[in-house]
Design a protein around this ligand. Structure first.
Ligand SMILES: [Zn+2]
Length: 282
């Protein structure tokens, strides 16, 4: 599932082909993804210029010169596939239209951008740009982990009110937006905090230490996404997924990278796997 760094990488990959560019027309190949598409979506997008492409949590927001914003969520498996008119015929064997291309943006400069999603957990909606923050998908989200509002005092206060385990509290989108399972596991390892520790029991120092760790882990992932983006662009324009070198995530039974002698454990919390080192994380 794409997490915040993947969505940021997709945004950066799309900016050169979408921002400031005019949509010629849009093919909508089915009535819905996770939810029905907004009414007359193709008509509302045709002929519009995308003035700004931005990200809020795991949502891509394309502001249009009509005063509306297109909200895109990649869901579990959504990808954006870019094909430039001048390179399309180099795709060996693949026809231009692919299975699961549910929405295709045909840009005025002939670039084709397809939203491809085999599992259809993705979503799109249109809303007025002025009221994006009040949209039902976005209004409940906490601050952006890479934004200024997400400070040590903010997080320390927010966690003091939570009796849930810290792992669960950091996944709560009201507390911080867009932080997912993989990166929470990595952040807790880096700060030596057990995923089982009650959020409200963390000292202010340890709670505060989560803020720079969250920023670091996400920034590193975005950086590695950037590198993968450069490789991808040379091949098939497929934006969205890349491999990271995780310290604990998906490493159950493997030795701890701190050479403490312990193995990485896996437990299930709120239905999600937590990976951690019981010796290093307290
Ligand atoms: Zn360890």
């Amino acid at each position: 599932m794409p997490e915040l760094p993947e969505v940021e990488t997709v945004k950066r990959g799309l900016q050169p082909v979408m921002e400031g560019e005019k949509i010629d027309y849009v093919e909508v190949n089915r009535p819905n993804l996770r939810w029905p598409f907004p009414e007359n979506m193709a008509e509302r997008l045709a002929g519009r210029t995308i003035t700004l492409l931005r990200r809020r949590s795991k949502y891509l927001l394309a502001d249009l010169d009509s005063g509306e914003t297109l909200i895109i969520h990649l869901g579990m498996s959504g990808r954006m596939l870019i094909e430039h008119a001048d390179t399309a015929h180099f795709h060996n064997g693949a026809t231009i239209a692919q299975k699961h291309d549910h929405v295709v943006f045909h840009m005025e400069d002939s670039t084709r951008i397809a939203f491809n999603d085999a599992r259809r957990f993705g979503a799109m909606d249109l809303t007025s740009t002025q009221s994006v923050e009040q949209h039902w998908l976005i209004s409940k989200l906490g601050p952006e982990p890479l934004g200024n509002e997400f400070s040590e005092s903010y997080l320390t206060n927010a966690l003091q009110k939570k009796s849930a385990p810290i792992k669960t509290a950091l996944l709560d989108q009201h507390i911080v937006a867009g932080l997912g399972n993989i990166y929470v596991c990595e952040v807790l390892f880096r700060t030596a905090i057990s995923p089982k520790r009650k959020a409200s029991n963390l000292s202010a120092n340890r709670a505060g230490s989560l803020v720079p760790a969250i920023r670091e882990v996400l920034s590193e992932a975005i950086h590695s996404g950037g590198s993968s983006l450069r490789d991808h662009r040379q091949t098939n324009g497929d934006l969205g997924y890349f491999q990271h070198n995780f310290a604990v995530y998906d490493r159950e039974g493997e030795p701890c990278r701190n050479d403490c002698g312990s193995k990485i454990f896996r437990i299930v919390q709120s239905g999600r796997s937590s990976f951690y080192c019981p010796k290093c994380q307290r």
